[in-house]
Design a binder for this molecule. Sequence first.
Ligand code: ATP
Ligand code: MG
Length: 394
Amino acid sequence: MKEVILVKYGEIILKGLNRSKFEDLLIRNIKKAVGKQNLLSVKKAQAIIYLEPQPTADVDAIMEKLQKVFGIVNISRAGVFSKDMDEILTKGADYVTENMYGVATFKVEAKRSDKKFPFKSPEICREMGGAILSRLHKIKVDVINPEITVRVEIRDSEAYVYADSEKSIGCGGMPIGSSGKATVLLSGGIDSPVAAWMIAKRGVEIDAVHFFSPPYTSERAKEKVIELARIVAGYTGRYNLYIVPFTEQQLAIRDNCPEEHLTLIMRRLMMMTAERIALKNRSLALITGESLGQVASQTIHALGVTNECMETLPVFRPLIGMDKNEIVDIARKIGTFETSILPYEDCCTVFTPKHPTTKPVLEKIMESQAKIDTEALINKAVEETEWVLIEPQE
Ligand code: ATP
Ligand code: MG
């Protein structure tokens, strides 16, 4: 028996001329995520993408990969049958009930896009409901709040029978590549991997920049960031990570600037360095994991001061209005949380002042910053940057 995976992708952005561009991008991303060698055919029709897995492929594994492709709303593993009511009610009912043992309630929904099919939707529902009841003795129909919905769809050339499972929920958003590229400032913390995921979900291709300060930050801290980057790559596909040695810069700030301004000056230098790297790589924005009021450097005053140093790029902060527990929920959902909480130091926290200013005044910070050679320090950081290609974690 033939099985396909039906991929549904919502309708909001499918209007007008963008539709086929959107679909082609999504198909490209699907092939990349699933591996072309696992697919026998891919076609699109009536706002659905049909994937036919290779007979030897692991369909569950393919579905799990699809759950990480942005732009997909629903993924269904469906049996394919000829458009013959007897076949649908025998082979189709056998197929769908195979995974329904122990289910208490169900309903059937039918859709008939071929209006010439001799049975109307309510009849299909009734007949299929009967076929299921005769196969599973304890199950009951519940049309309001069923545990499982069995779907019968009569389309142009074939009929599809399926029921959704927990593997059916897609992560939504827009296909990567539909919204340009941005550079994420990626630390080893909880927030920035979530920010990366959220911006990628809106269709943005990402690069990442990480600052580290050996020997104050360990090799293991750097490996942790690479591991986090690889988890994020499970959603985005491979991308570039730029690793910037920042010890000299931080020491220069520590030794020359007033203590209460250390963090903000360091953050400004980080942002300026990241902007240079981003511009070299044709990014259109910087992304951070900042959330308003979370720490002293994220008060509205401090963010203003950090933002001021940007030359041309906008800074997007997808977590700006979120509480920590909301961020943690997403981190758990996307699989970064357990790695993020591993206890390794971040260069941001190595030289934290005891009493950082929470209401900094830009002029004062600029005055303090004038004590170091900002331009030379940034150039040096950019020069010494290492490049790592991040591949998705297997
Ligand atoms: P996170 O959990 O993402 O580390 P945080 O709440 O600890 O965030 P900060 O340490 O103040 O906040 O950092 C704010 C943002 O600055 C981070 O979300 C990240 O985007 C960026 N950032 C911080 N440290 C680094 C670093 N070492 N390399 C690159 N970016 C960093
Ligand atoms: Mg941090």
